[in-house]
Design a protein around this ligand. Structure first.
Ligand code: SF4
Ligand code: SF4
Length: 164
């Protein structure tokens, strides 16, 4: 996994133009069974990918924290929401609450998330490859394939399964 993660940004860069063109075509003509196909590809990939061997999303990028996330996590940590925000979060250029730094402060040395059961919605849903109407998140996916080995492989499989 470590070797793959080192190569991933370069591999994603090589595929970027091809993927971009592919998503333009997909957006123009999304197949009726897209959600079904994506769920199948997502499930198959995560059967063979162990996130505990990776944690690259937690190490290199952070989730945004919604108000509901902040309330739920601060309750779990027995902190006042404002204290939680001051301690762990900052406001980014889009006005969203994000982590002050990466790797995420809640990631432990064995790649476990110390707030797993109350983790942000964005963490739970990452890399969003089983999301309904997947063609609508093309820009996000183009970024995620450079971070997430699973997302990279899912998009590669998707291009074979739904060819234009
Ligand atoms: S979601 Fe992707 S980047 Fe995050 S740990 Fe799993 S395989 Fe790695
Ligand atoms: S909150 Fe947990 S799942 Fe989310 S980035 Fe941090 S360690 Fe990873």
């Amino acid at each position: 996994m470590e070797e793959f993660l080192k190569q991933l940004p370069g591999m994603a860069k090589e595929k970027h133009a091809e993927n971009k063109k592919y998503f333009v075509k997909l957006k123009k003509k999304p197949p009726k069974n897209l959600d079904y196909v994506m769920q199948g590809l997502h499930d198959a990939e995560f059967k063979r990918t162990d996130c505990l061997e990776c944690a690259n999303c937690c190490k290199t990028t952070g989730p945004l924290f919604t108000t509901a996330d902040t309330e739920r996590i601060s309750k779990y940590l027995k902190l006042k929401p404002q204290k939680f925000i001051e301690t762990y979060l900052r406001v980014d250029e889009d006005n969203d609450h994000v982590l002050q730094q990466v790797p995420c402060v809640f990631l432990d040395s064995d790649n476990y998330c110390s707030i797993y059961h109350v983790r942000p919605k964005a963490c739970k849903e990452f890399p969003h490859t089983d999301r309904k109407k997947f063609h609508q998140i093309d820009n996000l996916t183009l970024k995620n394939v450079a971070i997430c080995p699973a997302a990279y492989r899912i998009v590669e499989e998707m291009k074979k399964k739904i060819a234009f």
